[in-house]
Design a binder for this molecule. Structure first.
Ligand code: TYD
Ligand code: MG
Length: 458
């Protein structure tokens, strides 16, 4: 059959295809993202093959007759990973792990491989040499006698190796380094990523071997390569956190076999990643004396409550335009809360610099933090401490009303468990709660004006 080489332009951001170059992608609207790639067609593409074979072999089957046992998952050593995956690794699943460089993706995967005892694991790396992988394995205190390392990037060679020596679990570090001879464009290009992922998908589905793919992410946080990659795989895991901080959060942004609201928390240590099983207490610092400008908020990460410390610094502005800066918190939301304090409570904050910081390098988008943020700002502004026995969980609206938040009972219970004596919530949230069952005093507030009195006049 004649080999046809076709030149196609691909949007590097969304994967859309065009026969000629265009400046603006008609599909995702991004500018200057089209790159020419050469596509060699040697017969029907893998997609049509899969479709055709399916057409022949698949028959409709009653849903009640489909057998699925919960044991059909590989339960890993890590409770955090199991939880995020929905109970373990499902056979035949394709799992994509994304995260910034240096966050610990390779470490997480190698650690998993080393702990999967009695399973033949094939760790394929196109990023590091065997020695580098061995060096990392030496730091992690675990041993798997059936872990094989293959440094290879050519898809065809990988498939041959697998044919000669099948594996139970495959890990690929990373999808962007893979290269298939079917397509002429360079490794990491959209068509290469798509084709290699397609082949791996077929491999996973036909053999039942679970495959982990490590994927790089772009500046804006999405996984490099087309969105189609995220559509193809069964699970998309994101490994997040601040490289300068110890904590890492693993969350599933897509999971065909479980919920996406679960998260796993890890800590980077010298011997690899350590699981943090009880995260709620670690982010609040144990201090001898309380300082002004700090408050504690009960936020939710997935479905687990976490207590976080918020620090604020309010000082007289040195320049005409006051500075506002927030780490781990949305700056626009901070500006809104400052405007509420100014308008509703009459604090002259527009002439002050305001800095806000969440401890632990964690980014949170829970509106329940609002009240704690306001308390920290007031505390710093007044130079008066908020009692260390108080914590907060409520949203603040534009009119200064204190609004209810979700899962309030869980938040109150967690605050009580960690020894807090009072929790400030919205009055609406206290309706229907059996307050006498708690040791902790639940204070319901209506308006932000009431907060000041409650905090500093008792
Ligand atoms: P790595 O897994 O290589 O990140 P990624 O694959 O996401 O790019 O590891 C990132 C960092 O983790 C690296 O800078 C060193 C650190 N690290 C530790 O602190 N302790 C350890 O035991 C290991 C293996 C790595
Ligand atoms: Mg790596």
């Amino acid at each position: 059959m004649a080999v046809k080489v076709k030149s196609v332009f691909f949007c590097q951001s969304c994967g859309a295809e065009s026969p000629k170059w265009v400046g603006k992608c008609t599909s995702c609207g991004a500018w200057n993202t089209y790159v020419e790639e050469l596509v060699t067609k040697t017969g029907p593409s893998s997609k049509t093959t899969t479709f055709q074979t399916r057409q022949v072999t698949s028959k409709p089957i009653l849903i009640d007759e489909i057998e699925f046992k919960e044991e059909d998952r590989i339960v890993t050593y890590s409770n955090e990973l199991n939880r995020v995956l929905g109970g373990g690794i499902v056979y035949g699943s394709l799992i994509l792990l994304g995260g910034e460089p240096g966050i610990g993706k390779s470490t997480l995967m190698l650690q998993l491989a080393l702990h999967l005892q009695n399973k033949r694991v094939l760790y394929i790396s196109g990023e590091e040499s065997e020695q580098q992988i061995k060096l990392r394995a030496n730091r992690i205190a675990a041993k798997n006698n059936s872990l094989y390392v293959l440094t290879e990037v050519i898809m065809e060679n990988i498939l041959t190796q697998l044919h000669n020596q099948p594996a139970d679990v495959i890990i690929i570090d990373s999808i962007q380094t893979l290269y298939t001879g079917l397509i002429e464009s360079s490794a990491g290009s959209i068509s290469q990523i798509r084709e290699c992922a397609g082949q791996l998908l077929k491999l996973a589905k036909t053999t039942g071997i679970p495959i982990f793919l490590i994927g790089h992410i772009t500046k804006d946080g999405s996984i490099a390569g087309p969105k189609v990659l995220e559509h193809m795989v069964d699970v998309v895991l994101q490994f997040e956190g601040d490289r300068n901080h110890l904590f890492r959060i693993l969350r599933a942004s897509k999971n065909r076999f479980g919920s996406t609201s679960e998260i796993g928390i890890y800590e980077m240590a010298t011997e690899g990643l350590r699981e943090v099983e009880n995260p709620s207490g670690i982010l609040i610092s144990d201090k001898e004396e309380t300082l002004s400008g700090t408050s504690v908020c009960v936020t939710m990460e997935g479905i687990r409550p976490i207590l976080l410390e918020i620090q604020a610094l309010v000082s007289t502005a040195v320049y005409g335009t006051p500075q506002r800066s927030a780490t781990g918190f949305d700056l626009r939301r901070l500006n809104m809360l400052l405007a509420v304090l100014e308008k509703r409570c009459g604090f002259q904050l527009s002439i002050k610099d305001v800095f806000l910081n969440l401890t632990g390098g964690i980014k949170v988008e829970d509106p329940a933090m609002d009240l704690a943020v306001i308390s920290a700002i007031l505390s710093s502004n007044e130079n008066t401490t908020v009692s260390p026995e108080i914590c907060f969980a409520a949203e603040v609206g534009l009119t200064g009303e204190i609004r209810p938040v979700t899962r309030i009972e869980q938040r109150i219970a967690e605050a009580e468990k960690l020894g807090f004596k009072r929790i400030f919530v919205s009055k609406f949230n206290t309706k229907g709660l059996k307050l006498d069952k708690y040791q902790i005093k639940v204070v319901g507030l209506n308006k932000v004006e009431e907060l000041y009195k409650e905090l500093f006049y008792i």
